[in-house]
Design a protein around this ligand. Structure first.
Ligand code: DQA
Length: 149
């Protein structure tokens, strides 16, 4: 059983090289390694997945339900602004999730200010770089520590 699932959407496999002015210099591997060790310290198991494919992300959300994942931290990347399918998947499985963005999506192009996820998320972190994932993990762990089941 995996307690926490980290899901990253398209192009986030390029972190570290991709537009560092927006997304910083940390690689996705280094972010995931930090998340895994922090979760382990707190006694939780964590899995991290990235996909460039909308359908694969939808499948990973469905699979999370089958595997009784208790909390999801997701950066839907460009699908934030386009994907009703991924939103519907998260709503369908009813697993609480936090939406994370490395950049401040409200301080960029107007099309980035709309998210299909924020209104059904437990919380949203945007603009704090890679540290945003750590903050989301701490919030998720706090939620798991203080809720039963
Ligand atoms: C992003 C912001 C999105 O607008 C963009 O398409 C991304 C990354 C972020 O982490 O800041 O790919 O989700």
């Amino acid at each position: 059983m995996t307690d926490l699932l980290i899901l990253n959407g398209p192009n986030l496999n390029l972190l570290g090289n991709r537009e560092p002015q927006h997304y910083g210099s940390a690689s996705l591997d280094s972010i995931n390694t930090a998340l895994e060790s922090r979760a382990r310290e707190k006694g939780y198991s964590l899995a991290a997945r990235q996909s460039n494919s909308e359908s694969e992300l939808v499948e990973l959300v469905h699979q999370a339900s089958v595997e009784s994942v208790r909390f999801i931290i997701i950066n839907p990347a460009a699908y934030t602004h386009t994907s009703v399918a991924l939103r519907d998947a998260l709503a369908a499985v009813d697993i609480p999730f936090i939406e994370v963005h490395l950049s401040n999506i409200y301080a960029r192009e107007p099309f980035r200010t709309h998210s299909y996820f924020s209104d059904i998320a437990a919380g949203v972190i945007s603009g704090l770089g890679a540290h945003g994932y750590i903050l989301a993990l701490d919030a998720a762990i706090h939620r798991l520590d203080t809720t039963s089941g």
